[in-house]
Design a protein around this ligand. Sequence first.
Ligand code: SF4
Length: 394
Amino acid sequence: MSEPILRISDLSTRFFTKSGQVNAVESLSVSIDEGEIFGIVGESGSGKSVLARSIIGLIESPGQITGGKIEYRNAPLADEFRDAHPDAVNGDYVDLRSLPEEAVRSLRGPSFSMIFQDPESSFNPTLTVGEQIAEAVEVQRRASSNPRSTKARTSSSEYSLGSYAYGAVMPNRSFVSSKSKDRAIELLQQVGIPDPEERVDEYPHEYSGGMLQRAMIAQALAGEPDILIADEPTTALDVTIQAQVLNLLREIQDETGMTVLLITHNLGVIARMCDRVGVMYAGEVVERGTLSDIFDTPVHPYTKGLLGSIPDLDTTGGRLQPIDGNVPSLMDEEMGDRCYFADRCPKAMEQCLEEPDDASVDGGTDHEVKCVLAQTEYDESQALGDSHFGGGDT
Ligand code: SF4
């Protein structure tokens, strides 16, 4: 088995707000294998999108990555930085957090690409869809013309800031080369946009929501990335279009073999798409494993709660079991060192007042859980009771 393409270890991302420090991602570790679809699932507010943005280097003030490593396996890149930034290189891995900002920026497109939640606010309304896809194509062309040079990826006479500015003030702007425009048409065709030769010159407001989401996938594919991060890629779409977009993602992944990190709150999407899954709660991955580990033999009470709150088409008459309470405040002063799920957990015990470690389930390497129940039976005599966290009616 090959080494993971992405190793995230002890990653912490914090937001330093006027109200205090928010721990959005907390000492999170996860590895993603090359060519797999790895799903991250959890409720809104669990830190999924912050994790995605941390990986791709898009955390903005007042946010900051305060600790941990994001190691990307790429032998040519490791060779490029081995002498100048020895602290960033470990074998074939490069720690993105230890690279200069310009180098990380140059990896967006050719190495990492992202599909955002809301396509309508992600496209620039003043440029045609084709121009915006062609821009990503230009970045890829520069990277492949000189893969060992980060500078080559961020400057080009053919597609430079000057040519962009010229195009922006001229009514017949043409900052996109005809080759890149042709590639944009191919990409629009690949993602199923009808009449791509005409649609390439249309503006985002002329596309439907489903078409824009497809166009965003085309834009993300333009760089032929090693890793595609899809953050709730179907949330803004109606159900039939959701299915089409997921099928499209699946087909493209089958064809290209690229690695996909799929972030969603929807367990149905996870079941349909993913090879392995991480369940995220309060900034931590609390359980990870194969699809079968998570759906057939879950251990963490939160995972069980998520599964219990979705309808089962094989059973009739039963009521869904929602998880009582809400995702906790991620304010530093309120989090403490206990298990963060303890105030909602029906099996919380005295020992849960200390933060549990990651533990493997049944000694396996794939299935891990951050819960004392991985190694201890529930003991009712140690139960904390509803009143422990200020009343059971959370
Ligand atoms: S560690 Fe304790 S409180 Fe946390 S999920 Fe496990 S049983 Fe529940």
